[in-house]
Design a protein around this ligand. Structure first.
Ligand code: HEM
Length: 518
């Protein structure tokens, strides 16, 4: 067939007109409002991902259009409480959407696997390692790194120079999570160089972009060697894969091939950690174990999912404490009034660190502050996206048919006035101490909800709580600007590229205070 030049001009124009008309007028989701470009292409979200304002933008559209906003040709974002009750807590019939294929993994891990039977098996194999009982036995790892952080802050306090707390938390969280997941000592805290921090967020950003535009992963891989950003991503991935394979092989040989028993009591470096737990993980029903490739793959997902998310959560918490000095004072007073030496039973080289047992219940006000920080400044704002099953589903008064993707972001749900009241956007920890808060925990989506929620929530909380209390027990923090002058901290803004973190560094000077302890 020969195309005339007129056909060559009009054919693409015709296809575009047809596509736009279909998406805007005839698509089953055409009746839902949202940004025009989002109804046509996933690149709308890619643009906002790279700009770092996707959750804020989606929130803005929810304020304008209400409960449901079309954020992609086949996806509706919602702030409806029903989403939590019906979809996230609705069990395996709501499978994860194609967004989770963004990492391009041939073999999925527990986080991105869509096959619910395989997820169930992995969860049964791995959940025991993340139980409080098991993590408490690994408490020495959390303590070791909290201890190094305290010593480092001691030195900084003596020097009088300002420090950016976001960096301190990055090193602390990655040293802790890296040892737990990879059996590896990263020593980032001692070396104190941000350049040594593995660029895990690049991993998340790439996963998001390829999740928003299905099918983009392979072409981007081909461009990899020519685009600096993609080269950085490939380097980051390769070094994580290398570390994971190396350490998983050592652990595998030791525990499975040579049957070296892992004990919690062992005082050597080979004591039990998450990697050991993965090697030993067994389905309680069938006895099935993970193979070496699976172990390495899961360990990588722990590092990618765990280090930046934990440090950024800690940064947001401290950003809020510094922004509201009266809340910071109340937290430090609570620690002083409630914590005794016995509660700080971990003694490392004369330094007492808070032990995990009962820590949250001893400090209800700090618990409330942390929840409020999770609510307004969640670090994981990726769409919790699920596919509507063949039976369809009703949310509020609206029926969604099979195959539609429905999603929510923690940031947007955390600001829904229908759930949190007229002062939803105000930082008010006291709301968690009132009767009104009863039953509202489930609408906090920073760790997700339901059977696909964060398997390592306890691990993240132990890191966060221990680090936070150890710092607040010892130091007085004063926010300063880049010149070292005292300053008042302004509104907290999120940079939501990949996992969100505060846009501003958390510069403070620190001085020692008498130990906040009874
Ligand atoms: C404060 C820190 C953390 C936050 C805010 C966080 C947040 C989340 C969220 C929101 C999900 C659900 C995602 C979804 O439904 O799409 C999730 C799942 C997951 N997280 Fe975390 N996470 C944190 C720390 C960690 C750590 C430390 C690890 C590993 C060591 C980890 C490993 C995982 C895994 C494996 C899943 C998938 C669970 C499943 O599907 O069964 N996370 N996390």
């Amino acid at each position: 067939m020969v195309f005339t030049s007129t056909t060559l001009v009009w054919l693409p124009i015709g296809i575009v007109i047809f596509y736009v008309s279909y998406q805007r007028l005839f698509h089953p989701l055409a009746k839902f409002k949202g940004p025009f470009l989002a109804s046509l292409t996933g690149y709308w979200r890619v643009y906002h991902e790279l700009k770092g304002d996707l959750p804020q933008t989606i929130y803005h559209y929810h304020q304008r259009y209400g409960q449901f906003v079309r954020v992609a040709p086949n996806e509706i974002s919602t702030i409806s409480p029903d989403f939590v009750d019906v979809v996230l807590k609705g069990g395996p019939k709501f499978i994860k959407s194609s967004f989770y294929d963004g990492s391009g993994d041939e073999k999925p891990n527990i986080f991105n696997v869509k096959n619910e039977a395989l997820h169930k098996l992995r969860h049964r194999q791995m959940a025991p390692a993340f139980s409080v009982v098991s993590l408490t036995k690994m408490e020495y790892i959390f303590d070791r790194h909290a201890f190094v952080m305290i010593k480092k802050l001691d030195q900084i306090a003596k020097s009088g120079r300002p420090v950016d707390l976001t960096e301190i938390f990055k090193f602390f969280a990655h040293d802790t999570n890296g040892e737990l997941s990879f059996s590896k000592q990263y020593h980032l805290q001692e070396q104190g160089k941000l350049s040594l921090w593995p660029p895990m967020n690049v991993y998340i950003i790439m996963g998001n972009i390829c999740g928003y535009v299905p099918g983009l992963f392979d072409p981007l891989q081909k461009l990899g060697p020519f685009v600096p950003y993609l080269r950085k991503f490939n380097r980051s991935r390769d070094s994580l894969v290398e570390d994971a394979m190396k350490n998983a092989t050592i652990e595998f040989e030791k525990r499975r091939v040579h049957n070296v028993e892992a004990t919690f009591e062992d005082k050597s470096e080979s004591r039990i950690n998450l990697l050991t737990s993965l090697v030993m993980a067994q389905d309680p029903e069938s006895g099935e174990m993970l193979d070496l490739a699976d172990i390495a793959k899961e360990a990588i997902s722990f590092v990618v999912a765990g280090s930046h998310s934990t440090s950024a959560s800690m940064s947001f918490l401290f950003a809020a404490l510094l922004r509201y000095p009266e809340i910071l004072k109340k937290v430090q007073d609570e620690i002083k009034a409630s914590m005794s030496l016995q509660d700080n039973s971990v003694d490392l080289d004369g330094e007492f660190l808070p032990s995990w047992a009962g820590l949250q219940s001893k400090l209800p006000y700090l618990s409330a502050v942390l929840k409020e920080s999770f609510r307004l400044y969640p670090t994981v704002n990726q769409p919790l996206a699920r596919v509507i099953p063949p039976s369809g589903v009703q949310l509020e008064q609206t029926v969604f048919s099979s195959g539609t993707i429905i999603s929510a972001s923690a940031y947007v749900v955390g600001r829904n006035q229908k759930i949190w009241g007229a002062n939803a956007t105000d930082f008010k920890p006291d709301r968690w101490l009132s009767e009104d808060a009863r039953g509202k925990d489930k609408y906090l989506l920073h760790f997700g909800q339901g059977h696909r929620s964060c398997i390592a929530k306890n691990q993240a909380l132990i890191t966060l709580w221990k680090g936070t209390v150890a710092i607040l027990q010892r130091f007085k923090l004063s926010p300063v600007d880049r010149e070292g002058e005292q300053r008042v901290v302004g509104e907290i803004q999120l940079n939501a590229q990949g996992f969100a973190e505060p846009t501003e560094p958390l510069l403070v000077t620190i001085s020692e205070q008498s130990r906040c302890m009874k």
